[in-house]
Design a protein. Structure first.
Length: 211
């Protein structure tokens, strides 16, 4: 599995400095946005909903699932985000960096924010239970790919005010049948740039493209 340790080394100090003034926020449970959430968290909820199919395809390509299904156990897609000025609330984020990270690297990231223990004790066990449930109900055909989004109020379009960074744990379901139908070579193309382009141009893949 190809991983991106360079991005890890670059982003952790930056985000740690932005994070240390705030109480950590983690919305790993998917909840309906009701307008009462913190601004960045609300914008991120809408963004994930809009680009869900794009994120699914990024997982398939980045984790090379057509050829290495076992990568679902070993790592995740991690996105580092910053605000973007846009009239559509679902498009108010851009991707700074993205990469594939091993589980141990993800815990290193979370340790920077004092959240590794919470994920070990709460999020990961919950994720494991949901994986088992999906695997059983699908007869072994389906599973969850892991996505961790770290969004901070940084960059040229930062939102006015003192807005804490937000983390979002967003697993997405994927099936072997779906992956088998995708015509792709091993580690085909630049999935990170393709995802960035879809976000920048506001051209998310649609539901029909879930295959």
């Amino acid at each position: 599995m190809k991983t991106d340790t360079k991005t890890l080394q670059q982003m952790c100090p930056v985000l740690r400095n932005n994070w240390k003034r705030h109480k950590p926020i983690c919305d790993h449970n998917v909840e309906e946005a009701d307008g009462k959430e913190p601004t960045l968290q609300r914008h991120l909820w809408h963004w994930v909903a809009r680009f869900d199919t794009s994120l699914l395809h990024a997982c398939i390509r980045g984790l090379n699932l057509k050829y290495e299904w076992e990568n679902l156990d070993e790592g995740a897609v991690v996105l580092f985000m910053e605000p973007r000025s846009h009239p559509n609330v679902a498009c108010r984020w851009r991707i700074q960096h993205a990469g594939i990270f091993r589980n141990e690297d993800i815990l290193q990231i979370l340790a920077e924010f004092k959240m590794a223990e919470q994920f070990r004790e709460q999020v990961y066990p919950m994720h494991a239970r949901e994986r088992m449930r999906l695997q059983k109900s699908s007869g072994g055909d389906a599973d969850y790919a892991k996505i961790l989004i770290i969004a901070g109020n940084v960059g040229a379009d930062r939102v006015e005010g003192n807005h804490p960074p937000t983390l979002r744990w967003t697993p997405t379901d994927v099936s072997k049948g779906m992956v088998a139908r995708i015509p792709m070579e091993r580690y085909e193309g630049d999935w990170v740039q393709d995802l960035k382009d879809q976000v920048e141009r506001d051209c998310p893949l649609n539901v029909a493209q879930r295959l």
